[in-house]
Design a protein around this ligand. Structure first.
Ligand code: PLP
Length: 467
């Protein structure tokens, strides 16, 4: 059953459509079987499965392969070598699962095959993206009138927002950075915390502001920028704050820092990839106090909100600054009145990922988002209590969903982590926190239950004992 037309065997339109329907039903069945089986398998793929990926290598065949055969290869060899991520026991990095509504929306988005660059190409994609951006702004408690872009992740969100910062500061200094680049431009100082996320530095590098050309502010034992150690700031300064440290979950004290930075005329940018979502919960909102005073924010849809990959959001208080940094003009781009995503984000042609963001948030509502924050943070505390009770050392104040734990010496900790990964009940990675080797537990998935926590905890403690 070849969906691909071959010049030697022309198919009628009806049979093409029939074959496509059969293929998509087959793919949906494979996907559902995958999801249902995930809970029973090891979180990390078995080494044999990773080895078997070899089958998918090799040169591109000279002729076509039927779509059914392609799908079969993917499911037979691809599925087993994935990391089980949508179940409740993957605590690696800061990874959400994918909400059912977001997954379903993503299937539909793929079927639609919309190009979300311009309104004329997809009114649906553009309207839903606009609505989703406004929902995110509201959920995070940010100023009305803030503009934004739906991008691929917080790295690109940092890049996008910082491009608006660069534009504004250099325009103020009489320099057209989009037109003239940075050669000969007046200098801009970028201030970051010692615990800045690597993606902010990468964004600064891409923007010509330099990964190393930053002023680093010392941090405390939780990784929070010290408000008493800030350098001189002025209207040529970009200050990058962090809401949610990727290790400890800690928040820079924005309330203590922002007023003076604003007074000095600095541009305040917030990397709040996951932490900013704490603003949706009564219980955790206090950590995000003060961040609303910033000029721009970067966050992720694919972390705490559990939208599937990839989904990040850049928000900028002054949408005109973002537009000035990102807009694109060409004679064939004769556009209407509508807000065009291509004027606000770094891409032109792009996936309609705003639709998935819309669908996920719509399914959660305000309370659903707050519940994810509260439930995962309470799971994190349960991990910390269980580990502490067994004599392990928890290295951070568990303020939200992140836990750092040491099992003793660095070697021992790494051994235990390897054993936990191999045993397969759960998955956690390693980190080095202020000189201490630790295992990092991030509870970010909507799907994690208390039973998942208890099963994982039992497996972790067993692995620790075996050492
Ligand atoms: C995850 C993370 C990033 C990078 O986000 P991506 O979506 O992976 O690009 C940046 N900053 C912080 C604090 C993060 O946790």
């Amino acid at each position: 059953m070849a969906v691909t037309h071959s010049p030697h065997s022309p198919l009628s339109a009806a049979s093409v459509s029939e074959a496509r329907t059969a293929l998509l039903k087959h793919a949906a069945r494979d996907a559902m079987d995958y999801l249902e089986g995930e809970d029973k398998r090891s979180v990390a793929p078995r080494p044999e499965a990773v080895k078997a990926l070899q089958v998918l290598r090799g040169p591109l065949p000279p002729g076509p392969t039927s779509a059914e055969a392609v799908l079969h290869l993917l499911d037979a060899y691809g599925s087993p070598a994935t990391v089980a991520k949508t179940g409740g026991r993957n605590f690696g990095f800061v990874n959400g699962g994918c909400l059912p509504a977001a997954l379903a929306a993503s299937w539909l988005v793929s079927a639609w095959d919309q190009n979300a660059a311009f309104f004329v190409q997809s009114p649906t994609a553009i309207v839903l993206e606009e609505v989703a951006l406004e929902w995110v702004r509201e959920l995070l408690g940010l100023p009305t009138g803030t503009g934004g872009a739906v991008v691929t992740g917080a790295t690109m969100a940092n890049f996008t927002a910082l491009a608006a910062a660069r534009h504004t500061l250099l325009t103020r200094a009489g320099w057209d950075v989009e037109g003239e680049g940075l050669f000969g431009a007046p200098p801009v100082t970028v201030v970051v915390g010692e615990e800045v996320h690597a993606s902010v530095l990468k964004a600064l590098g891409l923007l010509g502001l330099g990964r190393n050309r930053v002023v680093r502010v010392p941090v405390d034992g939780q990784g929070r920028m010290r408000a008493d150690a800030l350098p001189h700031m002025d209207e040529r300064t970009i200050l990058c704050l962090q809401a949610g440290n990727v290790n400890t979950g800690a928040f820079d004290p924005a309330g203590a820092i922002c007023p003076a930075a604003r007074e000095a005329g600095a541009w305040i940018h917030v990397d709040g990839a996951f932490g900013l979502w704490a603003a949706t919960s009564q219980e955790y909102r206090r950590w995000t106090n003060g961040f609303e005073q910033a000029d721009s924010w970067a966050t992720d849809g694919h972390k705490w909100p559990n939208i599937g990959y990839d989904c990040g959001v850049a928000l900028v208080r002054d949408p005109d600054a973002l537009r000035a940094a990102m807009s694109i003009q060409a004679s064939y781009l004769a556009l209407g009145e509508h807000r065009e995503p291509s004027d606000y984000n770094p891409e032109l042609s792009r996936r309609a990922r705003g639709v998935e963001l819309w669908a996920g948030l719509r399914s959660l509502g305000r309370s659903g988002m707050a519940e994810i924050v509260e439930r995962t943070s309470s799971h994190a505390r349960r991990f910390a209590e269980g580990l502490r009770a067994a004599g392990c050392q928890v290295l951070n104040d568990v303020v939200i969903n992140q836990v750092l734990v040491s099992f003793g010496t660095p070697e021992k900790t790494l051994q235990v982590i390897a054993r936990i990964q191999e045993e397969g009940t759960s998955w956690c990675g390693s980190t080095v926190w202020q000189g201490h080797t630790a295992m990092r537990i991030s509870v970010s998935s909507w799907a994690t239950t208390r039973d998942d926590v208890d099963r994982s905890l039992a497996a972790m403690l067993k692995a620790a004992k075996e050492g």
